[in-house]
Design a protein around this ligand. Sequence first.
Ligand SMILES: [Cu+2]
Length: 342
Amino acid sequence: MGIRSKTASVLAAAAMAFCLSSPSGVWALEEKAVITSAPNVPPPITRTAPARVVMEMETTEQKGRLADGVEYEFWTFNGTVPGPFARVRVGDTVVFRLKNSESSQNIHSIDLHAVTGPGGGAKATQTIPGGHTAFEWKTLNPGLYIYHCATSHIPTHIANGMYGLIMVEPEKGMPRVDHEYYVVQGDFYTAGKFGEKGFQPYSVEKGRDEKAEYVVFNGSVGAVTGPGALKAKAGETVRLYVGNGGPNLVSAFHVIGEIFDKVYQEGAMGSEPARNVQTTMIPPGGAAIVEFKVDVPGSYILVDHSIFRAIDKGAVGILDVAGKDSAQVFMPVKTGSEDGGH
Ligand SMILES: [Cu+2]
């Protein structure tokens, strides 16, 4: 799914129409949230005090590429699947503004799992086409959280791609790493079988039966491969913020050829991360933060290790690691056939 370039200007114009009060009085720090589209992550938060953060998103309904030759009508936040990555700090007050595109046919909304309050914001943000809504909340709990649309029929809105991640950084921030990337898994339910060409309508029956035709990272088959592959150099540390939009399937998230040095399981902050993990479970509506040092160059493959999904349904991404071989860590001695990959 491509980025909708006019989104920023539309949102800026929409923002002018708002006049929000500041119930807590004067804020020493007020800023506009930096949001990024996958696989990019906004820069770490460097301030050491809470701020009032203005965050804006726009919901859209638009056709896009689900696989080569396969088109689908995605419902989105900011024109992309997943929606943008948002980053705030615990203790912040977030002013969230939602606009629904005039061209939408449906009401949309947002339930951020980072929110403490009715519907995670969904009660306040049921937004008609061409309309806008807003609410404020205080980030009480650090962690990595999914957000998604929560308008009836909710499974359909999520199945069409309406989800993304928001990171609520702890007070002291996250330890520095060399690269941070944003990946969200989603399962898709098309009328035609996997790979059937042309426009593919959504199948609510397959959704209900949990029979996904596609399971993908970042909204389409191949989004995190080729030019979309993640990059690092041998010796660097990589942090992946991984979400699962679902709507149905639990991800067995794994990177072939790597071991996660640290996993913040379920995206939780405050407890010690798990160490030396091969595969981490990420439920629909959940997330995990995984970190690992890449010691050896090569192509590392992100998969849902429910492996039919990776090989036959699209759940594959690539992390390309450049640099010098390290025979101390890995050295081929006598290689076999090309297809003995895993
Ligand atoms: Cu929606």
